[in-house]
Design a protein around this ligand. Structure first.
Ligand code: SF4
Length: 617
């Protein structure tokens, strides 16, 4: 019985077997005897989530575009299939060839959220690959990681050989070319790592020594080989119109979270919301031309057969030609009976004209990320929207027949008081009033307002990287206060689990000692931590205790401006001086203009392709 037949038999007893068998339309099959480098792209979460991720689709197609490389996909199995693999001694495999991960030259993980870290260990272990990098001495497999969370990779340094800092399209191919060269001349892992360290955007953690102060803070982090730079600069694609974008997607047999075509519209964000890591690490703001976006949309819809396309970006309505873009796309999608969705719209440029256009595009609900309930706190976080703008947008939307409003807020933001929590409730009630003030003949059926709160997690490379996270007790008190203030059946409140936010803060801001905690927690059975049914906070607490580390030290401690952070050897191009200045302005509730209104001098150079960079400041 070959591997495929064996796996097919076993799949009869698991949920959603289509997750584990491959063979989907668009998946790439090559002759392995004819490729030089095999890359296993691993998403450290289940298929349904990983298959929805745009970055994976881009890098999968990009690598397979090169004849001598073969990139395959691998996802974290759910508990039932994991047990099947273990019971039948089947190592975790990639979906295209069904070959085990240990046969691959390179294994790459994308780090999208901190709570996926233990899944990396589980996947390596299920693949019969040593979890600790110190136990992997040969040239293959090399384990690499990229994605937003590598902006503080330290909690994973015991497991990952190489981190890719910044945008991956160019550097991934450079790294694979280098690997090919070293493999061909039968070079060693050490040789490969030292050469890789010289590539811009590559961080090899073992080439850095770390010392700590008596109080547990970081004393220094110094390179220990000449190839390792003192600062590792992130990679940026300057010209989005010429960057590779796939002409095809793998189309799954089973339902996934986002099952549609996705076209990237722009990268970066002009806004500078002070809590938002993506808004800082993806700078500068660059965009694709309307023509390029239209061609990609057409091409993807035709290839995949999807009847829905979504535009992806941090803030789609900030595209400099948004009206022309929507018209061009709507003309195409109307003709082809394809529906167009725009998930990242900001409230403050949600004009009547845009709303009018959207009415022809989608009639679902409105989603507003207000983040804070009072103007003072919105100024602190630099969310430059006013209550009037929120209400007037809602009024326009209600008059246009919209009846569902989702409002997102954070609890525990720096300087937050009970007045700010009460402000959330007041704002929701004012939106409700605005609905009832809309003439009956204009407004739609029954209104439903959803208020969702998440706990604020201070993140590296934001002006709030210095801030402590509110304690679980404090968040609990704030949540209860909000419940008491929200007094209508038309307003539904959902809150976020506190303990996952605490762990998220520890992993986001942890130093490399945190690797030991991740390892221990995983040994105690922690995995799929982002799934509430699998999350074991008690096991994480035990792991911290046994490693002699304190969660509060990482999550709830205020950092001084001159403290050395575990991520300070990485250069995401925004200067520390700018972040400190933004932090001070936050405490004075002073806002900063967006890049479009005028450059504020965050430190990014004009040569990185930023639409607004290089202005006078
Ligand atoms: S350099 Fe200026 S325009 Fe460019 S991202 Fe920074 S603040 Fe914005």
């Amino acid at each position: 019985m070959n591997n495929k037949e064996k796996i097919e038999q076993l799949l009869l007893n698991v949920q959603k077997p289509a997750r584990y068998i491959g063979g989907e339309h668009g998946s790439v099959i090559k002759d392995k005897s004819k490729v030089d480098v095999r890359f296993a792209f691993c998403f450290p979460d289940v298929y349904d989530i990983g298959m929805s991720h745009l970055g994976m689709k881009i890098l999968y197609a990009l690598k397979n575009n090169r004849e001598n490389f073969w990139c395959e996909r691998c996802f974290m199995p759910e508990k039932d299939y994991k047990q099947v693999l273990i019971d039948n001694d089947i190592p975790l495999y990639c979906l295209e060839s069904l070959d085990p991960l240990y046969e691959f030259d390179m294994i790459g993980f994308t780090l999208q959220y901190e709570l996926s870290y233990t899944n990396i260990l589980s996947m390596l272990d299920l693949a019969h690959i040593p979890v600790l990098k110190s136990e992997r001495t040969g040239l293959s497999p090399i384990v690499v990681a990229g994605g937003p969370c590598v902006c503080n990779p330290e909690p994973l340094v015991d497991f990952i050989d190489i981190f890719i800092i910044g945008e991956g399209e160019e550097v991934n191919l450079e790294l694979m070319d280098l690997y090919n060269e070293v493999k061909k001349r039968s070079g060693t892992k050490q040789e490969f790592l030292r050469l890789a360290a010289k590539i811009e955007g590559i961080y090899v953690p073992e080439f850095y020594d770390v010392e700590y102060n008596a109080d547990g803070t970081l004393a220094n982090m110094t390179p220990n080989v000449p190839e390792a730079p003192e600062k590792i600069k992130k990679r940026v694609i300057a010209d989005l119109d010429n960057v590779y974008f796939p002409e095809y997607f793998v189309v799954p047999y089973t339902s996934i979270v986002h099952d549609r075509s996705v076209v990237e519209v722009l990268r970066g964000c002009i806004r500078g919301c002070r809590f938002c890591q993506a808004g800082f690490i993806y700078r500068p703001f660059r965009e694709k031309s309307v023509d390029k976006i239209k061609n990609e949309t057409k091409c993807l819809c035709e290839q995949t057969g999807y009847d829905e396309v979504s535009l992806s970006s941090l803030s789609t309505s900030d595209h400099t030609k948004i009206a022309e873009l929507l018209k061009t796309l709507a003309d195409y999608t109307d003709d082809e009976n394809v529906s167009l969705s725009l998930p990242s719209l900001r409230i403050d440029n949600f004009s009547e004209e845009l709303l009018e256009r959207l009415k022809t595009i989608r009639k679902s609900g409105l989603t507003f990320a207000c983040e804070a309930g009072t103007q003072r706190l919105r100024d602190v976080i630099n969310k430059n929207i006013t209550e009037e703008e929120i209400l007037s947008t809602c009024k326009t939307a209600f008059a246009g027949g919209y009846t569902t409003v989702k409002l997102y807020f954070m609890l525990g933001l720096p300087t937050e008081t009970d007045e700010d929590i009460e402000g959330i409730a007041q704002l929701a009630h004012k939106i409700l009033d605005a609905y009832f003030e809309t003439p009956r003949e204009l407004r739609g059926g029954s209104i439903q307002i959803s208020v969702s709160t998440a706990t604020f997690v201070p993140k590296p490379f934001t002006p709030f990287e210095f801030e402590p996270q509110a304690t679980a007790e404090e968040i609990d008190r704030k949540q209860k206060l909000l419940v008491r203030r929200l007094q209508s059946k038309k307003i539904k409140l959902s809150t976020h689990q506190d303990d996952t936010s605490i762990l998220e803060a520890c992993l986001a801001k942890g130093d490399r000692r945190m690797s030991k905690v991740v390892y221990k927690a995983w040994q105690k059975g922690c995995e799929l931590d982002s799934w509430s049914e699998h999350f074991k906070f008690d096991k994480w607490c035990e792991a911290f205790n046994e490693c002699g580390l304190d969660m509060a030290f990482y999550a709830n401690r205020k950092r001084e401006y001159d403290e050395l952070m575990p991520w300070d050897h990485l250069d995401y191009l925004v200067s520390k001086r700018f972040l400190i200045n933004e932090n001070k302005k936050a405490h004075d509730a002073v806002t900063t203009r967006n890049c479009k209104e005028g450059c504020s001098g965050c430190g990014i150079d004009k040569c990185y392709g930023g639409v607004y960079c290089g202005g006078k400041h």
